[in-house]
Design a protein around this ligand. Structure first.
Ligand code: NAD
Length: 518
C-alpha cells in the first residue's frame, strides 16, 4: 500500500481503488514499514459505505518493544543533529504534505467520513504546526545573563527529553498526529506514535512522508492497537513523555498511568462547548457560525459547538436555527456540496441515537429529528442528520454527556450572568464562544468565563500554532498543550549553567564556605 500511496502520479480515484483492495496497515519500526506478526486485527471501515478499506494490526509485545528500542537507539544521535538540519527536514515535510494534500484528504474522507474540503482542513491545520516547527531555531533559544556575580555568567539550555509517545483519536487523523510528532522530533526527541485504530491510514501516509522528508530511521515509529499498546507506552521506563488526545475516561486513565510511571503527561480530552448568543448579535452571521460549528464534521470535533445558550430575546431565533440546520446536506463526504457526512461507526451512530431518545424521554423538545435519514446510494452509511433540541437543562443526559455527533442542544436563559454561570458550572472547559456586537459584553465574558479557548464571534476558536491548544478543567490534564510554545516546554528540559573562568592574574579571594557567589 505504501508505495502506491506515495506515488505522486496517483490520483484520488485510483488511491481509493487501491485502498479498497483490503490492504493491511503496516507498522513503522526503525525506518521500515513492516507487516505485524499479530493475530489480532481490526477492519478499517468506510463509514459512508461499510466497505472494509484495510485491516489494522494490534501490535504484539515484541513489536511495541522493538519500536521503543529503535527510538531509544536513534535518540543517541538525533539529539545532537544540528537544529538547522532538523528544521530543513520539517521544511521538506511541509512541502510533501502540500504536494499530497489531495491524496491525504481522499484517504481521510474514505476512512473517517468527513467531507473532502473538511478533510483538507484537517490536513491543513496540522500542516500549520509543521510550518511552525520549521522555526525551531528561534523557538529553542535559551537565555543568558552576564555577570550574575563577579565574573560569573548564567544561561539556560533547552534539551530534548528522550523517547516520547503520542496517542491520537479518530476525529482528526491528520491534524492531531501533526500536533505531536513534528514538535517532538524537531526539538531533538524520538517518537512512538499510536494512531486511532479506527482510521490509521492517513496517519501512516503522513509517517511515510516524514520518512521521505529525511526523518532518520528510529526517530519516528508508528505502532497500532488499542488499550494494550497504550498501557505499554504509559508504563515502559524508556518513554519520558506521553501526549494523549481523546475521550475523558481514557485520558484520565492515561494521565494517571503515565504519571505514576514518572512520565510527563498531557491529556487533551472531551468537551461540551457552549456558544452564548446575545440578543444584539449579528443575527445571520452568528447563526450561520453556530450551525456550522454544531454540525460540521458531523459534530465530531472536540471544539464543536454542542450547546447554544440563547440569552433573552435571542430565543426568538430558535426557528431560524432549526431551519438553517435543516438546510444542511447530509451525504457521503466524497459527494460535492455535502455539509454533514457519516459518523465514524455503527456503534457511534447507535450511541448518539440512544442519547437522542433519552433526550426525548427526559422532556427536552426535539425541534429537529435527524435520526435515520435516507441517503440515496449510501443506504448503509452511519448517517445522522442535524438534530436540534430546545428546552434542555443541566441534569438531562443530552446536556451532561458529550454526544460527539450532529446534535445541537439549546439552553435558554434570561441574562449574560446566567449564561456564564451555566458554562462555568459545566465540568468540561475545552472551548466556548460568545456572539455579540458589544465590546463590553465580550470583554466581561472573556474575563469571567472559565474555559481554555474562547471565541468572540468566532465559532471554532482553535488557536494557530504560534499559540498553543489549551483547554481547562475536565477537558485537560497536565499544564502544557500539544503544540505552540507550550509544546517546546513539554518536549524539552531546561538545564541552567552557572559559569566562571578563573583568571590567575586576579586576586585570589580565598576559600568561600557560604552559598553566596562572589
Ligand atoms: P478514545 O478515547 O476512544 O480514543 C483515543 C485513543 O485512546 C485511541 O488511540 C484509542 O485506541 C485509545 N484507547 C481507547 N480506549 C482505550 C482504553 N480503554 N485504554 C487505553 N487506550 C484506549 O477517543 P476517540 O473516540 O478516538 O476520540 C473522540 C474523543 O476525543 C472525544 O471525547 C473528543 O472530545 C476527544 N478529543 C479531544 C480533543 C482535544 O484536544 N481536547 C481533540 C480531539 C478529540
Amino acid at each position: 500500500m505504501s508505495a502506491v500511496l506515495n506515488s505522486p502520479a496517483n490520483t484520488s480515484a485510483s488511491l481509493l481503488a487501491t485502498i479498497a483492495t483490503n490492504a493491511t496497515v503496516k507498522l513503522l519500526i526503525n525506518g521500515r514499514l513492516v507487516d505485524s506478526k499479530t493475530e489480532v486485527w481490526k477492519d478499517v471501515v468506510n463509514p459512508a459505505t461499510q466497505e472494509v478499506l484495510a485491516r489494522v494490526p494490534f501490535a504484539t509485545t515484541e513489536e511495541i518493544s522493538a519500536a521503543i528500542e529503535s527510538a531509544a537507539v536513534a535518540f543517541k544521535t538525533w539529539k545532537n543533529v544540528p537544529i538547522g538540519a532538523r528544521a530543513r527536514i520539517m521544511l521538506k515535510l511541509q512541502e510533501l504534505i502540500r504536494r499530497d494534500m489531495k491524496k491525504l484528504a481522499a484517504c481521510l474522507t474514505a476512512e473517517q467520513g468527513k467531507t473532502l474540503p473538511d478533510a483538507e482542513g484537517d490536513v491543513f491545520r496540522g500542516l500549520e504546526v509543521v510550518e511552525h516547527a520549521c522555526g525551531i531555531g528561534t523557538l529553542l533559544l535559551g537565555e543568558f545573563a552576564e555577570n550574575v556575580a563577579g565574573g560569573i555568567d548564567t544561561y539556560f539550555l533547552r534539551q530534548p527529553i528522550g523517547v516520547c509517545a503520542g496517542i491520537t483519536p479518530f476525529n482528526f487523523p491528520a491534524m492531531i498526529p501533526l500536533w505531536m510528532f513534528p514538535m517532538a522530533i524537531v526539538t531533538g526527541n524520538t517518537f512512538v506514535l499510536k494512531p486511532s485504530e479506527q482510521d490509521p491510514m492517513t496517519t501512516m501516509m503522513l509517517a511515510e512522508l516524514a520518512m521521505e522528508a529525511g526523518v532518520p530511521a528510529g526517530v519516528l515509529n508508528v505502532i497500532h492497537g488499542g488499550k494494550e499498546v497504550v498501557d505499554a507506552l504509559c508504563t515502559n521506563p524508556t518513554i519520558q513523555a506521553v501526549s494523549f488526545v481523546g475521550s475523558c475516561h481514557v485520558g484520565e486513565h492515561v494521565y494517571k498511568l503515565a504519571s505514576n510511571h514518572g512520565k510527563r503527561a498531557q491529556c487533551m480530552m472531551g468537551a461540551k462547548n457552549h456558544a452564548v448568543v446575545m440578543p444584539d448579535a449579528s443575527k445571520d452571521q452568528s447563526l450561520n457560525a453556530l450551525v456550522g460549528a454544531g454540525f460540521g464534521a458531523a459534530g465530531q470535533r472536540c471544539m464543536a459547538t454542542s450547546v447554544a445558550v440563547l440569552v433573552g430575546d435571542a430565543n426568538r431565533w430558535i426557528p431560524d436555527i432549526v431551519s438553517k440546520a435543516k438546510s444542511l446536506k447530509v451525504n457521503a463526504g466524497t459527494v460535492a456540496g455535502t455539509d454533514v457526512g457519516p459518523v465514524i461507526s455503527k456503534q457511534a451512530k447507535m450511541r448518539i441515537e440512544g442519547l437522542i431518545a433519552q433526550g426525548v424521554h427526559e422532556g427536552a423538545k426535539l425541534e429537529l429529528d435527524g435520526r435515520n435519514p435516507v441517503v440515496a446510494g449510501f443506504e448503509q452509511g452511519n448517517f445522522i442528520a442535524p438534530t436540534v433540541f430546545s428546552g434542555v437543562k443541566p441534569g438531562m443526559k443530552v446536556y451532561d454527556e458529550e454526544i460527539f455527533g450532529p446534535v445541537l442542544i439549546i439552553v435558554s436563559v434570561d441574562t449574560l450572568d446566567e449564561a456564564i454561570a451555566i458554562v462555568n458550572a459545566n465540568p468540561y472547559g475545552n472551548g466556548t464562544g460568545i456572539f455579540t456586537q458589544s465590546g463590553s459584553v465580550a470583554r466581561k465574558f472573556q474575563n469571567e468565563i472559565d474555559v481554555g479557548q474562547v471565541g468572540i464571534n468566532v465559532p471554532v476558536p482553535v488557536p494557530v500554532p504560534y499559540f498553543s491548544f489549551t483547554g481547562s478543567r475536565g477537558s485537560k490534564l497536565g499544564d502544557l498543550g500539544p503544540y505552540g510554545k507550550q509544546a517546546i516546554q513539554f518536549y524539552t528540559q531546561t538545564k541552567t549553567v552557572t559559569m566562571r573562568w578563573f583568571d590567575d592574574s586576579l586576586t585570589n579571594t580565598g576559600v568561600n564556605t557560604t552559598i553566596s557567589l562572589k
